[in-house]
Design a protein. Structure first.
Length: 483
């Protein structure tokens, strides 16, 4: 048997286990070093658990927002002095299902990786102090759970260690009343009054989910609006929906501290106000898991936030060391982490590789309605980064949306004014994560609005609005070109 390249992957999340599968398929000898279970936080404490929780919330929201219009009758309960729907949630049961599915998914990933011939070691990986050897290999040290230290030699190392929730010194979580998003799945009872600090994707998703489950939610945002990093029109729709459903959205104020007092939590804001609730969820960003790994000593450059600097093929500044996923801060999505990991292995093992192109990445905010985006954005057009014609088509005119009782949302497309090539899109709708795919294909394949418009869509369907937006862009493009 000939020489087999030795690959060591530190971290078993999407960036790590996807890379392991690729490297094994390409004939490498692969070892994955993982602390918590394959799948990483994406499977165990983040994407899979949160979207499972949101799935329950989605059912309740869909029913609550449209049952009357659709002609569905429910039993009424007058015991509270007024009529109210008999509908609720057993959060303990929901969370047990969340954990069960997360563990099952991690188990499936482990089986898939081990069947591919990958060795999985339990422990904490770090780079050895010796740097590169004469043959170009590096040492990776594995601190085992029993205190042992194992030494591995690697011709290429992939760092895919992810990130963990950022903590505010004056609002440290206790796992019971003051929580990070990794701790909410231990709750047995629904928070009566939940304060969510942080209006980014994580904060907005949990705020919307718990409101749908029955909590009274206050969302504290330090910015002018919810989801400051998303399309402004989309964020405006979501904030309007939040307020209309009874959420207290507090903008332009920052939480300075959170303090537990018995079974209550007091949150002090930067303007001096104090708000109270039964629970507080801190969703104020994340910290890359890059500390005490010997990275800088090995020549791996980090930015001011501790994230590993990588190029478009996942190389770090240290020869033979690659990085993928949230520890790089490139685009904190499981799909991007997986792609970075695969690209790293293609490059390290000499296979054909296409550099990462973030403008073809589709992302989704799992609120209700969902917000899905791909390609260039309204901000890119506004600042002159991309010259594009834009059309926004509200869903209230879509026949299928009317049938389903959908009132909020839109489809927005961006195309080049001369060629009509689709360069971006936004969908705000239930299951926008499914509806964005044809737009993502158009962006990735450089399709024109004429090509998108001429493709058949089912009638009636919400996706028909994508074709209609493309038709309107075709007309706009012609008019603008003649003027």
């Amino acid at each position: 048997m000939g020489y087999v390249t030795r690959i060591v992957i530190i971290g078993g999340g999407p960036g790590g286990y996807e890379a392991a599968l690729v490297a094994s398929q390409l004939g490498a000898e692969v070892t994955v070093v993982d602390r918590d279970g394959l799948g990483g936080s994406a499977v165990l404490t983040d994407c899979v658990p949160s979207k499972t929780l949101i799935a329950t919330a989605e059912v309740m929201t869909t029913f609550d927002s449209s049952y009357e219009e659709l002609g569905i009758t429910v039993d009424q309960d007058g015991s509270a002095g007024r009529e109210s729907k008999v509908i609720g949630v057993d959060l303990g049961k929901v969370n047990r299902r969340v954990k069960r599915l997360a563990i099952a998914q991690s188990h499936d990933i482990t089986q898939s990786v081990t069947r591919a011939g990958v060795t999985v070691l339990r422990g904490r990986g770090r780079l050895g102090a010796g740097g590169q050897a004469v043959d170009g290999s590096r040492e990776v040290l594995v601190d085992g759970p029993d205190g042992s230290v194992q030494s591995l030699r690697a011709d290429a190392v992939l760092i895919a260690t992810g990130a963990h929730p950022r903590e505010v010194p004056d609002a440290l979580p206790d796992g019971e009343r003051i929580l990070t998003w990794t701790q909410v799945y231990d709750l047995e009872e629904l928070p009566r009054e939940l304060i969510v600090v942080g209006s980014g994707v994580t904060g907005a998703e949990f705020a919307g989910a718990y409101q749908a489950l029955g909590s009274k939610v206050t969302l504290v945002s330090s910015r002018d609006r919810v989801l400051p990093g998303e399309d402004p029109d989309a964020a405006e729709v979501l904030e309007d929906v939040f307020r209309r459903r009874g959420m207290n959205v507090m903008s332009r104020t920052r939480a300075e501290s959170a303090k537990r007092i018995g079974d209550r939590v007091e949150v002090t804001l930067s303007d001096g106000r104090v708000i109270e609730g039964t629970h507080c969820l801190m969703a104020v960003g994340s910290i890359p898991n890059t500390a005490e790994m010997g990275l800088e000593e090995a020549g791996v450059k980090l930015n001011d936030w501790g994230q590993i600097q990588v190029d478009r093929v996942s190389r770090t500044s240290a020869p033979g060391v690659y990085a993928a996923g949230d520890c790089t801060g490139v685009f904190m999505l499981a799909s991007v982490a997986a792609m970075q990991g695969r690209i790293a292995m293609y490059h390290a093992l000499g296979d054909a590789v296409q550099p990462l192109n973030l403008k073809t990445v589709a992302s989704n905010v799992f609120t209700d309605p969902e917000i899905a985006t791909v390609g260039y954005t309204a901000a890119d057009v506004e600042c002159g980064k991309m010259d594009a014609v834009v059309v926004k088509l509200p869903l209230r005119g879509n026949p299928r949306a009317k049938m389903q009782g959908i009132r909020d949302g839109f489809v927005k497309l961006f195309c080049r004014p001369g060629t009509g090539i689709v360069v971006g899109g936004v969908v705000v709708a239930p299951r926008a994560s499914e509806l964005i795919h044809p737009i993502a294909l158009a962006v990735d394949a450089n399709l024109t609005v004429e090509q998108v418009a001429s493709a058949f869509t089912v009638y009636p369907s919400v996706s028909g609005s994508t074709a209609e937006a493309a038709r309107q862009l075709h007309i706009r493009k012609r008019v603008d070109g003649e003027s």
